[in-house]
Design a protein around this ligand. Structure first.
Ligand SMILES: [Cu+2]
Length: 134
């Protein structure tokens, strides 16, 4: 006897396989601003994260150790950092709520979250972003 699996079931099963890891990733990734693997932009040696409307662009950035990153903090979008992860110091942590663009050399591997103090949250919702240094 041949087992028949309907098209709808196949779509449901495939969808569940794709969606479930994304949901679990979002749940454990408060510090990563909800960035999924596919959303990450691969950076260069020098990177600039700008504010466009109520969002940082690119929101999800992946760079190599030694890359330079500038985030456009401003009076309209005060830049604040998320807590350190795994004891690795967030390069944007010192004196948070920057109202001028901040440039850092990313010297250590890690995941470094940041957010706009006016339109985002420390938990990564709203106007927030993350830099993964690898
Ligand atoms: Cu803002």
């Amino acid at each position: 006897m041949k087992l028949k699996v309907s098209f709808a079931s196949k779509v449901f099963i495939t969808g569940a396989l794709i969606v479930a890891p994304i949901i679990s990733l979002a749940q454990v990734a408060a510090d990563t601003a909800g960035c999924t693997t596919a959303q990450f932009v691969i950076g260069t040696a020098n990177n600039r994260i700008t504010t466009a409307g109520m969002a940082f662009t690119p929101k999800c950035l992946r760079v190599k150790v030694g890359a330079t990153v500038t985030i456009d903090g401003s009076a309209r979008h005060p830049l604040a950092s998320m807590p350190d992860i795994g004891g690795v110091r967030n390069p944007f942590a010192t004196g948070s709520n920057f109202i001028t663009p901040q440039t850092r050399v990313m010297k250590t591997r890690g995941t470094f979250g940041y957010f706009c103090d006016a339109h985002g949250n420390i938990n990564g919702s709203g106007m927030a972003g993350v830099i993964v240094v690898e």
